[in-house]
Design a protein around this ligand. Structure first.
Ligand code: GRF
Length: 183
């Protein structure tokens, strides 16, 4: 097998998707490792996860250090995982096809914030999770992987959120594997 790809995971908060990716990387057959965690927020719990796994981390509110960091850590793929900042069009164009995002809805439905709640309030019959390449829009890039779940009759928002997060944790590693293997 060719060398494992180096991922940088970008977070702003809890980092449960970061955790799912780190856990997937523990499998010797997984084609990547998390080489760097970048957080836009110094108090993000995800930084503790990075520390526990001895993954280097950097806190920065703006993207100016990204290009030197990517060179320094030899980053192949950026994975946005609850990253609450918007990347500049220049940066996104430069790394086109090398930035992934996970979004908790069946895009193009319910882009932007509070997507799970928006789907729940809209009383749609199903919602889901999308992993997509990042382009210059908000949650608009080419879809890599999408999976739906039915919203149950009378289901609480909390229950739906829990099921969506569990689905995210399953499909983000799957999408990363797919992108790397198809390259
Ligand atoms: C996830 O629901 C993700 O889809 C959204 O932000 C949330 C991040 O959760 N973009 P976590 O920080 O990975 O736990």
């Amino acid at each position: 097998m060719s060398r494992k790809k180096n991922l940088a995971v970008l977070i702003s908060g809890f980092g449960s998707n970061l955790q799912a990716i780190v856990d997937a990387c523990a499998d010797p057959d997984f084609p990547a490792v998390v080489a760097l965690v970048i957080s836009s927020n110094a108090s993000a719990y995800g930084l503790k996860r990075a520390e526990q796994h001895r993954i280097p981390s950097v806190v920065t509110a703006d993207e100016s250090p990204f290009i030197p960091l990517m060179a320094r850590y030899d980053i192949d793929l950026l994975c946005l995982a609850g990253y609450m900042k918007i990347l500049s069009p220049d940066f996104v164009r430069r790394f086109s096809g090398r930035i992934l995002n996970i979004h908790p809805s069946l895009l193009p439905q319910f882009p932007g914030r509070k997507a799970i709640e928006k789907a729940w309030r809209a009383s749609v019959k199903e919602t889901g999770v999308t992993v997509h390449f990042v382009d210059e829009g908000i949650d608009t890039g080419p879809i890599v992987l999408q999976e739906s779940i039915p919203i149950r009759e009378g289901e609480s928002l909390e229950s739906l959120e829990a099921r969506i997060h569990a689905l995210e944790h399953r499909i983000y590693p799957q999408a990363i594997r797919q992108v790397i293997n198809h390259r």
